[in-house]
Structures are given as C-alpha cells and as structure tokens.
Design a protein around this ligand. Structure first.
Ligand SMILES: Nc1ncnc2c1ncn2[C@@H]1O[C@H](COP(=O)(O)OP(=O)(O)OP(=O)(O)O)[C@@H](O)[C@H]1O
Length: 323
C-alpha cells in the first residue's frame, strides 16, 4: 500500500476522521475481496460494516487495523498509515477478530493481566473490564475451559482493557446468548458515551439499527452505500406491511385498494405492502374494518435484504468476468 504524502493526503481526508480509507483494493488469487473501497469513520462514531458472508468485511477491517496489506489504495488511522505495522497506533486501537488468540493455559484473570501488561495498561483495569463483559465470576477458570461465548467475552475484554480510542469488533456477538448480546450493547453504548470510536461488523441487522450511527454495506467487495440506518430506511423507501387476518378481504380487492403495491398470503394473514400506510388503513377500514390488523414498519433488515439481493446478481456477473 502506498503512503500518500502529507499534503496530498490531508486534502482528501476530513480532519475529524478516526479512520480514512481511500480506494482500497485487495485480491486473493485474482479474485477481488475488496474492490476500490473509500470511506471515513468519524471520531466518536459507532460505525457498522454490514454485508453477506464473503463480502470482504473482515479483509477490509484487517487492512484498517494494519493486520493486512492492501494491494492498492491507502488507509489513515488518526492521520497515520497503519501499515507497515505502526507501533505508535497500537495502544490507541483495540482489536477483536474472529480468530482472536488466547493464552489458553492461563486463567481468565492471568490472560487479561498479560494483555494489559503488553499495552502498559493499569492492572486495576483488568477487574473492571472482566466485570463489564460479564466474566467477573470467572477469574480463576482456565481459558481452555471457557465456553465459546465466554471466550468471545474474553476476546472483547482483550480489545478493551487498555482503554483504546478506536475499537474494532468483528462479529462480537456471534457466539453470545441473548442476554450476553444485550449486556454487550450496554457496554458498547457506554464506550460510545465516553467518546470512543467503534467499528463494528455484524450479521445482526437489529443490532446495527439499534447501535450504529452509520452503516456501510459491502457486497462482493464493493461499497454499496454508507448512511445512517434511519435515513437509509427512509431513502430506500422500503414498504410497510399491513397484516390482515385471512377471510376479511379477498386478495383481488385488497390489491385494488389505493396505495397497495403488492399482496401476498403469509402465515394466516394477507400481507399488504405499501408506502402510504395511512391511506391504505383508511381504505381498509371502510371496506373491512381494522380489527386484528397489524402494521409492520420497515426495518434496516428489509432495506439490507433489498440492497444485497439486488446487488448480488450484478456482483456475480462482475466476478465471472474477472475469473
Ligand atoms: N486469506 C485468504 N486467502 C484467500 N482468500 C481469502 C482469504 N481471506 C478471505 N478470503 C476470501 O475473500 C473474500 C472476502 O472474505 P472476508 O472474510 O473478508 O469476508 P467477510 O465479509 O468478512 O465474510 P464473513 O461474513 O463470512 O466473515 C471471500 O471470498 C473469502 O473466501
């Protein structure tokens, strides 16, 4: 990866960016995993990176972290290139990857003390961090005796113990139970309140919608969109759905109601899709009443499925042309 000169670089990168990615490309054996991606993560931002399996999220994050070298393009973290390995940046970053390494023969507390010592962090932070990730009662358990979810908590603790300004979390809730997920959300919200920057990869769209200030969606290595979740939902005009109990109105009549875009039958309901909920509700009320009618507003998941579904076909064609 080339390191742009300071003048060339500062012109193109916002001063408030914690991470700035410009035209980054990475191929494995001729297949592009990351394809010309540019984005900025602002300081203090909770930034979500979304995309289907194999979209290039981990590769892109590892390039931002300085763990992987891009083929071309450039990355700046707090204005500095993370590659070649930039030791000045290490204490400022916390990294949890999908394959985090552990000192498996140590206890939980010893492991985190070791990690803290590597960064010169205070040992008092060890107890506080273990409490924060829900491992407060597991200090003396050997790392290789932990469950998958507990290991994941320890990996997150290892990314947080030295109080980094910029935190990279790659699918941190993948092995967590529902309670563990919600607990982690609270920990992350607390970190954001302290002004930390969080770059977050997840397949849980509800999580991204609840936590992220902005999300970027990657499909087949390409950045399709970067936006605030609520704005994305509004802009992409995903439809609301009205669920009408079957037998109240037939499909043909429902489809003819003003504002109805599509009608289908699902799980004991007639599902009416619309961008004009009020209008359809009024029309429905007039002909069939509203008893038992449920309204589902669009979510980030609806938009995501729409975007990734539409882009997947184009991406497949592009990859075939590359091969
Ligand atoms: N070390 C590697 N060598 C060869 N190919 C790789 C390597 N790492 C990733 N790939 C390929 O690059 C593409 C992007 O992978 P990557 O892991 O970055 O995607 P991802 O979006 O993080 O996927 P997931 O959601 O499954 O974790 C995939 O086609 C993957 O098979």
């Amino acid at each position: 990866m080339s390191s742009p000169s300071p003048t060339e670089d500062s012109a193109a990168r916002p001063a408030q960016a914690a991470v700035s990615v410009r035209d980054v490309t990475k191929s494995y054996g001729g297949r592009k995993a990351v394809d010309g991606v540019s984005l900025d993560v602002r300081r203090g931002e909770f930034f979500g990176l979304l995309g289907p399996n194999g979209a290039g999220k981990s590769t892109l994050v590892e390039i931002m972290e300085g763990l992987r070298k891009a083929d071309s393009g450039s990355v700046a973290v707090f204005g500095e290139a993370p590659w070649p390995r930039n030791t000045a940046l290490l204490p400022r970053m916390g990294v949890q990857t999908q394959s985090s390494a552990f000192f498996v023969r140590q206890t939980v507390h010893e492991h985190l003390r070791t990690v803290a010592a590597l960064f010169g962090a205070e040992s008092a932070a060890v107890d506080a961090t273990l409490d924060a990730v829900g491992l407060g009662g597991r200090h003396d358990v050997r790392v290789d005796d932990l469950s998958g979810g507990q290991r994941q908590r320890l990996a997150i603790a290892s990314a947080l113990v030295h109080g980094p300004e910029l935190i990279f979390l790659d699918e941190p809730t993948a092995a967590l139970d529902t309670e563990g997920r919600r607990d982690l959300w609270e920990v992350l919200r607390g970190l954001k309140e302290q002004g930390r920057t969080i770059v977050y990869t997840t397949h849980h769209l509800d999580e991204a919608e609840a936590l992220c200030d902005r999300v970027a969606i990657l499909v087949a290595g390409r950045l399709v969109v970067t936006d605030e979740p609520q704005h994305l939902i509004g802009t992409f005009g995903a439809t609301s759905r009205l669920l009408v109990p079957l037998g109240r109105i037939d499909e043909e009549r429902a489809a003819a109601l003003p504002g109805v875009e599509a009608v289908s039958v699902r799980g004991g309901h007639l599902v009416l899709e619309t961008r004009a909920t009020g209008r359809v509700l009024a029309a429905l009320d007039a002909v069939a009443g509203l008893d038992g009618v449920q309204t589902r507003t669009p979510s980030l998941e609806d938009v995501y499925l729409d975007i990734t579904g539409r882009r997947a076909d184009t991406a497949e064609e592009n990859q075939e042309q590359q091969a």
